[in-house]
Design a protein around this ligand. Sequence first.
Ligand code: FAD
Length: 810
Amino acid sequence: MKSHAQVVVIGGGVVGCSVLYHLAKFGMKDSVLLERSELTSGSTWHAAGGMHTINGDPNVAKLQKYTIELYREIEALSEQSTGLHMTGGVMLAATEARFDWIKGLVAKGRYLGIEAEIITPEEAHQDMPLLDPKCFVGAMRTVVDGHLDPSGTTHAYAKSARKLGAEIHRHTKVEDIVRQPDGQWLVVTDQGNILTQHVVNAGGLWAREVGRMVGLELPVLAMEHMYLITEDMPEVAEVNRTTGKEVVHAVDFDGELYLRQERGGMLMGTYEKACVPWSEKRTPWDFGHELLEPDIDRIAPSLEVGFQHFPAFQNAGIKQIINGPFTFAPDGNPLVGPVRGLPGFWCACGVMAGFSQGGGVGLALANWMIEGDPGFDVWAMDVGRYGDWATLKYTNAKVRENYSRRFSIKFPNEELTAARPLRTTPIYDKLKESGAQFGAAYGLEVPLWFAPEGVKDSFSWRRSSDFEQVGKEARAVRSSVGLSEISGFAKYSVTGTGARAWLDGILACRIPDQGRMTLAPMLKHDGKLIGDFTLANLGDDTFFIAGSGIAEEYHMRWFEEHLPEDGSVTVKAEGLGLVGLALAGPKSRDLLARLADYDLSDQAFPFMAISWMDIGMAPALVGRVSYTGDLGYEIWCRPEYQRYLFDLLMDAGAAHNIGLFGSRALNALRLEKSFGSWAREYRPIYGPYEAGLGRFVSLTKNADFIGKAAAAKEKQQGGKLRLCSFILAAKDADVIGDEPIWFKGEVKGWVTSGGYAHASGKSVAMGYVPREIAEQAEGWEIELLGERLPARLLSEPLFDPKGERMRGAI
Ligand SMILES: Cc1cc2nc3c(=O)[nH]c(=O)nc-3n(C[C@H](O)[C@H](O)[C@H](O)COP(=O)(O)OP(=O)(O)OC[C@H]3O[C@@H](n4cnc5c(N)ncnc54)[C@H](O)[C@@H]3O)c2cc1C
């Protein structure tokens, strides 16, 4: 074994081998994979080998499509069969709610280039004669669906990687990973040591243990998973004989089952409700090519449904039940990318669907390591989406919830309950007493809306029990004044003698003068957005930044990667060390002026001003800005003052009929101003001009900020896309995101977010369309729940298009 390599990949499962293959393919041939046993010795060898393109996140769905399309390539290069069976499949709905969800998947597939169509239960029966059509209300026919041989596939990746120059060492266990003074990593194994710049944790079932070698507690947990294989079935033989083909794949969501042909019989797997984690605290190193004891009682309820929905199983003998462990992150998506604070340490773990996702994970990681960017939008699987609040116990609760709900519907207004409440702010109980219905974002309880006595969320694809109340909250803001909790935003302080120059080089905007704020896009080297913030200059080399709460770890990773080495700049994520309240609406100034020891007139404290001031007895950092697009203030304070300030503002606000509003009303308000939001309208695949943030990019400032050249090019050439707002002729449902946008009978774009803009009384959608057609007012439709609804493109925001309200001109 060599003593130095550019990259060491730990783990020879399907994921590690895919990473190695992609590294070698893109030219990093000095890459070594270390496997403690034989290749596939983790969860890979006993997988059912199924694959498909379905994922809740369209970007992950795209990477799944890439993975499946890759198999022919590695087969050809390695001359090793992957055992690929592209059977196609049917995804079945037994309820109307599930059918609505399936219609959404088909619609999404239209702009992702994923072939799928809605079919009747009878058509599904023709495709898959083992099912009973009476049990279903509808289905989706998929083309890119099938199964393969897990071992053959892993070896095909491995052989291809070797052919391209990479090395693989089996029976080489990594025992420690030690950071060297020069920043390299010493990978200590039972067969000698390797010095390397990059380490990839593809440890699968042992990913937690590999993480712990560098002091990292990764949010990963293995779950037991069972599938059964039947004896040969005459019904299967009959299908094979009459069609000349294999039985197609089937996913029966309501039965929580997946099925495929296995030789002359069938394979049926289930994600049972009574799920069981495996090795909750540490994975034993001596676990090898082993299976776990099957527990038929646990999967019996699902099998009963299966036997009903697929009657041929009633007469089939069970040949074998496989029970094996595999890992999940709390939300079920992989953990991929560089780890904050550990330069050169990368994750490729938590991959629960290695045969659908392994190729995409390898591609993204190799791009990231070589080019400095994954090359795709990998937010949904970025390891940076979790912070240190995702502890072992949190992960345990969330993974169980996710597993048991793997095939359950998650309605757009549904908030999952496991591991909650975890992070709360000081006014949590006060908000709760006022009827707050909370959601969790980045582990924090965030008020969504305030339910009147006796009213609760009822989950639906359509407008629901919160609709009326959210409307009241939004209208109260527009007519008088509303108060909301804004602690969920990420807050950063940037200090030091080098702070200003550093910000000038990392943000695309001009640095505001002391006491002023600006919107601040942050770009990657390719000129695409990696952040959108509000930047405030507090004087004395002190800056305050507010941004998306869910991206705190993600942005801190970027900030820290780009800090100067001379120690002249300090960036701190304030977390809940700084909490916030927002006032918004035409009466917000009158209210605050009565309590603040400060001149709040337009002259003294105009739009985008910021200052410390006392509100009552409490010191607070107040910025004159509001995401509602109205006259408003964001009030930041230390947590010990938040209860006092809340009571003070609510008591004094009674004179103006102050109303509490939650994030659903805020969404309704920002939509009618066409304000975008991070992870929806603003993502790392859009340029600032495409996203409508071009006016905050200063190409004329002296600083050579990251992404400047690419942004200049985008401005000159115009970019490919445009973010647009539409009014939709909606009936009883509003868009939520990822719906296709049609123009003159063709799918041309996609919705990023939407909802009902209550104060304007309109259903609104925001989304991207090609720039060439972005000025066309007519010809648009948006597909919602299987129906193409007429839409009108807005040439200006619905509410206060000139911004007079927020600037205080009216
Ligand atoms: C019953 C069952 C059915 C499944 N069905 C499907 C399916 O139909 N479709 C699908 O896509 N997925 C399926 N899966 C999931 C699939 O198996 C996983 O997604 C996949 O195997 C993950 O691969 P991996 O490479 O991340 O991890 P693993 O396969 O666990 O590989 C990790 C490797 O790292 C090695 N390693 C760990 N630590 C060290 C160390 N310190 N030094 C050296 N080597 C180390 C291990 O020995 C192991 O070989 C199924 C899983 C199970 C259990």
